[in-house]
Design a protein around this ligand. Sequence first.
Ligand SMILES: [Zn+2]
Length: 64
Amino acid sequence: MRALSCSHCGGIVNAEDTDCSHCGIPLPPNHGTQREQSFIYWFIALVIFCVFMMLWLPPDWTPL
Ligand SMILES: [Zn+2]
């Protein structure tokens, strides 16, 4: 049984729980797995990388 922290109150909840035992907020399904969160981190890293490349290699807006 894994101990996780509630995203609303920060209390310790179990991965099998459907509601937080501290504040009673419904926990999202599959909150025990951090797969979606890591995907968001990868997406943010990709966006930052694209912005960095745009600043480093600015597109040539001058007309031909
Ligand atoms: Zn809570």
